[in-house]
Design a protein around this ligand. Structure first.
Ligand code: G3H
Ligand code: 13P
Ligand code: ZN
Length: 335
């Protein structure tokens, strides 16, 4: 058993309490490789933002679970060294399992240094979701690890599980779910979804610049939930904004992305000021990495040193994470 405390991670309890009170949201950024983790740490130290490093089960398989544990440990050491070099404060970092689907996976992550886990029972019946989530909470809390549950279903891919339609969270279910399971935070469905195609063009209107504007998130549902469980930390998955510039850069360099529409930043700013304490962002990083790499390949077709295209991809990620912390989530300066 490797405790997250030995590695230098924190659980999400204090992070969320401060975020709730301060009306901002903690960024939860997914990673699978070295450049992503370097960019997250660089951006979050430079903006002095707390951060949640997220690992999906697919990422854990891709990166190798043993290596991943050391990458997490490496992130903490890099953060300390970089903060010292810049004369800045160290930042709180949580290591979180994203979309855990079984008790065994959550247990294995807890035993290998994760400080927080998500058990996503949203595809089960309400009662089965409660039973599974409660089992994970009982084990996790013995180790002071925090647990995120989910009620309601997001459209798109949630790891191996995919759903064509979303089912909004039912506010009338949240009190029973939270009290019976003992979860520390709750992911809800109010109109976000995973991936780069969150809305169909026909669902959108066009703004003055011809940019497609999707329908607003269901803040009415969020408000009802806030009334039912006052002060309880809420999580928003599927919160990439799918920047038009990144999509253009991909497509003008040989890419073929179609109908790529995300959550407008204005909507996320509003969410971050509410009970939403954690905002999950993965696709935007994938888009900027792809855009930067494609540009190098088109402009310098003779280049074959991976550092020459992964380096620019990493730089693009740093810019994006800093922008989110400073201008969208309000987490900059809250470390
Ligand atoms: O919510 C899903 C995350 O973007 C992780 O995606 O399962 O492909 O690693 P992944
Ligand atoms: P995006 O696909 O919108 O980045 O959402 C990521 C996510 O919710 C990870 O759990
Ligand atoms: Zn998610």
């Amino acid at each position: 058993m490797v405790s997250y405390k030995q590695l230098g991670f924190v659980n999400t309890k204090e992070m969320f309490a401060k975020a709730f009170k301060g009306q901002y949201a903690i960024p939860a950024y997914n990673f699978n490789n070295m450049e992503q983790i370097q960019a997250i740490i660089t951006a979050c130290v430079e903006t002095q933002s707390p951060v949640i490093l997220q690992v999906s089960s697919g990422a854990r398989k891709y990166a190798n679970q043993v290596l991943l544990q050391y990458m997490g440990q490496g992130a903490i050491e890099m953060m300390k060294a970089y903060a010292k070099e810049k004369g800045l404060k160290e930042i709180p970092i949580a290591l979180h399992l994203d979309h855990g689907d079984t008790f065994e996976l959550c247990k294995s992550c807890i035993e290998t240094g994760f400080s927080s886990v998500m058990i996503d029972g949203s595809h089960h019946s309400f009662n089965d979701n409660i039973a599974l989530t409660k089992k994970v909470v009982e084990y996790a809390h013995q180790h002071d690890v925090t647990v995120e549950g989910e009620l309601g279903v997001l459209a798109g891919i949630e790891d191996e599980v995919s759903s064509a339609v979303s089912h909004y969270t039912k506010p009338e279910e949240v009190i029973e779910f939270v009290s019976k399971t003992g979860v520390d935070s709750l992911a809800i469905s109010i109109g976000t979804s995973h991936g780069a195609n969150k809305f169909k063009p026909e669902q959108c209107t066009k703004n003055a610049d011809g940019v497609l504007v999707p329908p607003p998130l269901r803040f009415d549902i969020l408000e009802e939930i806030e009334k039912k469980i006052p002060g309880f930390p809420i999580v928003l998955h599927g919160s990439s904004s799918v920047p038009v510039d990144a999509v253009k850069m991909i497509n003008s360099n040989g890419g073929a992305l179609k109908d790529s529409i995300g959550i407008p930043e204005e909507q996320l700013r509003r969410a971050a000021k509410s009970a939403v304490c954690k905002v999950n962002i993965d696709s935007d990083g994938r888009l900027w990495m792809t855009a930067a790499i494609r540009k190098v390949f088109v402009e310098k077709p003779a280049e074959f040193d991976p550092r020459k295209y992964l380096g620019p991809a990493r730089d693009a990620l740093v810019m994006m994470y800093k922008h989110k912390n400073q201008n969208v989530l309000g987490s900059a300066g809250k470390a």
